[in-house]
Write a protein that binds this ligand. Sequence first.
Ligand code: OW4
Length: 402
Amino acid sequence: MTETAATPQGIPVITADPFSPENLTEPHILHEQLREAGPVVYLDQYKIWAMARYEQVNAALKDWETYSSASGAGLSNFRKEKPWRPPSLLLEADPPAHTRAREIVGPILAPPAMRAVRAPFESEAAALVDRLISRGSFDAVSQLAEVYPLKVFGDAVGVPEEGRENLLPYANMVFNAFGPRNQLLENAMSKAQVVQPWIAASCAREALRPGSFGAQIWAAVDAGKVPQEWAPLLVRSLLSAGIDTTVNGLAASIYAFASNPDQWSILRSQPSLVKQAFEEAIRWESPVQTFFRTTTREVEIAGVRIPEGEKVLLFLGAANRDPRRWSDPGRFDIRRNASGHVGFGMGIHRCVGQTVARLEGEIMLTALANRVERIEFTDQPQRKPNNTLLAWSSLPIAIHTV
Ligand code: OW4
């Protein structure tokens, strides 16, 4: 099992593997151990540092000058190892390059841009809920949480419908690649030969529907603020980050309500809580559990000195359940104010697509709450181990209308 020891300098040493299938699928026990061990811990198996308390995770996310992203947001240090794909211009970059990339993509996904996508997002949600109600019972992962983002986000980015199913195995590669070279990564990468050519083709100008988010990226790049070669890489960021995150955000919401029927009743009687409810689901079962940074200098946190050039693992999901920050953090409570959670990150790298994610969550939960009185499990939910995401492979549910 897990042990905590202290080094001569008093740094807690954790021997547990946060990337074991057991810890990935049932993370909350390990997270408590990490938080209680101290503000900074040393993960002996990977020879890296980690933070799991809200205060330190939040502070590190905001301090991009000390905690760099340009060496990669995963375990692999890009200064020592060749990245598996060209680095993301957004996620795996620091200012000033990051700022220029963000200035291109930010406005395309910002609140005013949502006016153009709200109507199709709503009609697709209503149509999907219609179909699911007529089925009665179904798998909320494969028949709801995956279907909806593939359709509405795929349409919004402007990629062809044909081959869109490649986005799921690609995301599986991307999010497992942030972790160690374990069996999960090995399995995910076995699809690379078919998936990567489709992704590359879908980032090209000709592949993208006129007016779509993807076409807008090409247009902004054409306007000349950044090199031409940036366009396909910026579209690739949308395809990498936009699907599996929202799939598991929706799955987390369904899981939360199916296991807390009192909260579904509250939402049904107060539909205006829907945005807050989605935010609480992201806090409670954060789809993106972890990201890494690399220190650019020697840094002291709460008496612990981390040398320069070291990988630091930030446990976003653990920070979102830190009892030092949240009261009764293990409780899914849609009446709480979950704002300030770090499920979308914090600081300059905070999720650039969070408005789109929230719109999908708000619209899908509203479509369900409009029609569905009760959600219940018909069988055991099954987690899907992933080196970054808190994910589900199946959520067998029945939904009941009035
Ligand atoms: C969560 C994220 C995740 C995966 C890939 C990328 C971004 C990217 N953010 O920029 O490619």
